[in-house]
Ligand binder design. Structure first.
Ligand code: ADP
Ligand code: ASP
Ligand code: MG
Length: 447
């Protein structure tokens, strides 16, 4: 028997129709374990509860809580009378309200509290989707709490999965439950620390959860069902002529995900690749469309396969004459990055300066910058986006740079990274010019 893990994102959970459509897709595509995101928009709502509660705006918080309730009740009300489901949902909504009130009263939302707060999205959607699924399958459908197997570090907000523990718990609690007559619905995005606290894997993390569970139960296939019919040559919201890709290698797809293509959370493919699981990306709105298969090897390897952008980047430049002819300097810089758990997306260096891109939120980390400033003069530039070309042999192809820069000649390029990966060529531009850069590149290299 082939074991299939399917993940449905927020738009596939948006309302009763979307949930019904997704349930039918899961049934038709023989899912054994279904990982779901929160109902569309609910995680954003939960995130704003944390800020509005802290900002003393209980009226706004109440409005949001009501809206969350309405979104879920609109679905429940379309189902046959189900007292048990209503009781489950009411219990979750009451808990959520109490937690929001606690944050409001204390004016404090620690990373641990934040994770408990945002976990309600997936806990609510999975309970409701299980009942929708029951109406659309002959199999026995049940809800499974992913936190019983998805064990993580206690780095709240962006917890790291503990792979060996996940594998052990999956063996013990999930793998032998999987059979042809049963289907399990579980939550994406959330996990549990070894101390028993709810954690989350970072925004968009449900793809990653699904891949981790697929690895844990030694699945054969991971299906990612979303709102576009597969991976395209770029985000169709930026270039509407973007073409769907039938097949793509793990390396190319991973590069796309890392460099901002929202279709896959950056780390989605790591567990699947490790466990040699085939990955499919398709649309729950058009399940009959071809979709994209991600494989270790594919027949064609074009110079440029796709392009992506990563928004909300900041550029940190550190300069000091001490770097001249000195050794150990980069080590000292990266030690600071390591101590503060800050990751660098791209980097260039010159004789006396290093320029690195980081996520914009890091800018608020005063202690980190204070420490960095002890090593040299630090400059920060904001509102930037990293634009990437993804393909093959990109670092070995004559004339490529000329083609890239002539099609974006009116755009100021702040930094360039080429050479480290044969799959990637990326450069930094102002956020407001990033779509134009992608459109120019797409015209030159794809259509
Ligand atoms: P889900 O809620 O299902 O996880 P997301 O919104 O996270 O869905 O991801 C799907 C979106 O990713 C698409 O609607 C599309 O706008 C965007 N996207 C970005 N890059 C690509 C790409 N290369 N191919 C397809 N979609 C992309
Ligand atoms: N619901 C979470 C989010 O919106 C996780 C996900 O959808 O992947 O970030
Ligand atoms: Mg997503």
């Amino acid at each position: 028997m082939e074991v299939i893990v399917s993940k449905f994102g927020g738009s596939s959970m948006a309302d009763y129709d979307a949930m019904t459509r997704s349930a039918k897709v899961a049934n038709l595509h023989h899912s054994n374990i279904i990982v779901v995101s929160a109902v569309y928009g609910v995680t954003n709502h939960l995130v704003s509860i944390s800020t509005k509660s802290c900002a003393d705006d209980w009226e706004k918080v109440s409005e949001i809580l009501n809206d969350i309730k309405t979104k879920h009740y609109n679905i429940i009300n379309k189902l046959p009378e189900n007292k048990e489901l209503k009781a489950t949902v009411d219990k979750l909504l009451n808990e959520l309200t109490t937690l929001a009130k606690g944050i409001y009263l204390l004016k404090e939302c620690s990373p641990r509290t934040y994770d408990s707060l945002v976990s309600f999205g997936e806990r609510l959607s999975s309970a409701i989707f299980t009942e929708v699924l029951k109406l659309n399958t002959k199999k026995e459908a049940s809800l499974f709490d992913i936190r019983d197997v998805l064990i993580t570090s206690d780095d709240f907000n962006k917890a790291a999965p503990l792979i060996e523990k996940i594998s052990k718990e999956c063996d013990k609690r999930l793998a032998n439950l999987v059979n042809q007559d049963r289907v399990y619905v579980t939550q994406g995005f959330i996990g549990r620390s070894t101390e028993g606290h709810t954690t989350t894997l970072g925004r968009g993390g449900s793809d990653y959860s699904a891949s981790l569970i697929a690895e844990g139960v030694k699945a054969d296939v991971l299906q990612i069902w979303t709102d576009v019919a597969g991976i395209a040559t770029t985000d169709p919201r930026i270039v509407k002529e973007a073409k769907l890709i039938d097949e793509i290698t793990f390396s190319e797809a991973a590069e796309l995900a890392t460099f901002g293509a929202k279709i896959l959370h950056p780390t989605t493919l790591t567990p699947a690749l490790r466990a040699k699981i085939k990955v499919f990306v398709g649309s729950s709105y058009e399940p009959e469309a071809k979709g994209t298969w991600i494989k270790p090897k594919v027949d064609n390897a074009p110079l440029v396969r796709a392009m992506a952008k990563k928004s909300e980047q900041a550029l940190v430049t550190l300069s000091t004459p001490k770097m001249l002819d000195a050794h150990g300097f980069l080590f000292e810089i990266f030690k600071v990055f390591n101590d503060f758990k800050v990751s660098v997306d791209s980097i260039t260096t010159s004789e006396i300066s290093v320029a690195m891109t980081i996520e914009k939120d890091v800018i608020n980390n005063k202690k980190f910058f204070a420490e960095l400033s002890t090593l040299g003069e630090v400059k920060i530039e904001k509102d930037l986006a990293l634009v990437s070309l993804i393909g093959n042999e990109i670092n070995h192809t004559a004339n490529l740079a000329k083609r890239v820069f002539s099609c974006i000649k009116d755009i100021n390029v702040r930094m360039i990274c080429l050479g480290a990966s044969k799959h990637n060529f990326c450069f930094l531009v102002n956020e407001e010019q990033s779509n134009a850069a992608i459109q120019g590149l797409h015209k030159e290299f794809i259509a």
